[in-house]
Ligand binder design. Sequence first.
Ligand code: AVJ
Ligand code: FE
Length: 445
Amino acid sequence: GPSTEPDVLKERALAALLTARQRTAALTDCVEDGELTAQHSPLMSPLVWDLAHIGNQEEQWLLRAVAGRDAMRPEIDSLYDAFEHPRAERPSLPLLAPGEARGYAAEVRGRALDVLEATPFRGTALTEAGFAFGMIAQHEQQHDETMLITHQLRSGPAVLTAPDPLPGPPFTGPAEVLVPGGPFTMGTSTEPWALDNERPAHRRLVPPFFIDTTPVTNAAYQRFIDDGGYDEIRWWTPEGWAMVRKNALRAPLFWRREGGQWLRRRFGTTEPVPADEPVLHVSWYEADAYARWAGRRLPTEEEWEKAARHDPATGRSLRYPWGDEDPTPERANLGQRHLRPAPAGSYPAGASPLGVRQLIGDVWEWTSSGFLPYPGFAAFPYREYSDVFFGGDYKVLRGGAFSVDAVACRGTFRNWDHPVRRQIFSGFRTARDAGPAETPDPVVG
Ligand code: AVJ
Ligand code: FE
């Protein structure tokens, strides 16, 4: 299982905080100040808001809650409270200017590193196993992903670069695998930095099902488009159909048809849509409609987690599809090392015991499930992380994407968003029920 040694965890917390800050700097130092304060989309905050919000959350949790310090600048708390000001309204607030925001975040960080050194990773719920430090590293990485979405939405020439994933051998495995029916352990009570909504571990009985071995590709999604998928009401839920009609949707976000081929805009460049890559920037409604067109359905959240964690040989739930070891570049496309998903079927070293690939990394995967608490859920350390979202108009996404750092990605990690959203790095895979005949009977006697 995960290491719970305080010394190891403290080293990890330090590394995770430094990695996050390097990424924050890379995402905010590559554009002029005017681009940091501009609103690139009403769906997003100005980048300078994310920057100071990262510092403000770190101040609130590591300096005030853990170390008992007084507020450095109490007057700015409300500016960076995500619930007080919707994103569209944030550019008109008296935000810290780029230089001030950088200086504030850096000053908080300097103090937080002293607190990290002085804090035993045992004792209170907040400091046990360094939870608050892990939470804050994850929080910064989540906003780094948010800022990467803003970069994808902004117009103008490319400012971010990264090498493409290395081409691997073409995938020749089966299109789907059978996940046998039976109980498995969902969620975690032992992962030290798992967030409140991933807890506690509990048993779930999951009927047998088939799940796609890889995420759905652009080529497959294009067949849905070419077959008139966006013109036929029968594939869509009423809400999905309303969205298609109102916005005249024809294809995933950032796609455009030109000279008889589909092109897509990606971080300031335009390229032909790559046939073998997982489809990206689709809403839940589009994923759901595609699955119905294909005679299939989206997996439930518990099916997804069983496919990703259940080891049929031992009956145990793994931390990741490949086992309990942390992600590496050989196992998963995470951490913005690339600015795109790898072709479907990549990362054989990241496959699950049943051979399902790319469950972790590449693209977030929509599930059919709404965002709900697990039995025994307790909000921690603040209700606004998860609790206030349960039961709302949200669908769960699983597995992380190329845009997610490993610290904020696990077999148990839960993300959620509105079913209309498509600026996020979202794709999907499909599933179908398996009849009892398709699951071998347990050996009796
Ligand atoms: C879990 C990604 C939905 O970005 O709204 C960041 C994460 N929560 N700050 C979000 C989060 C508070 C959250 N998501
Ligand atoms: Fe936040």
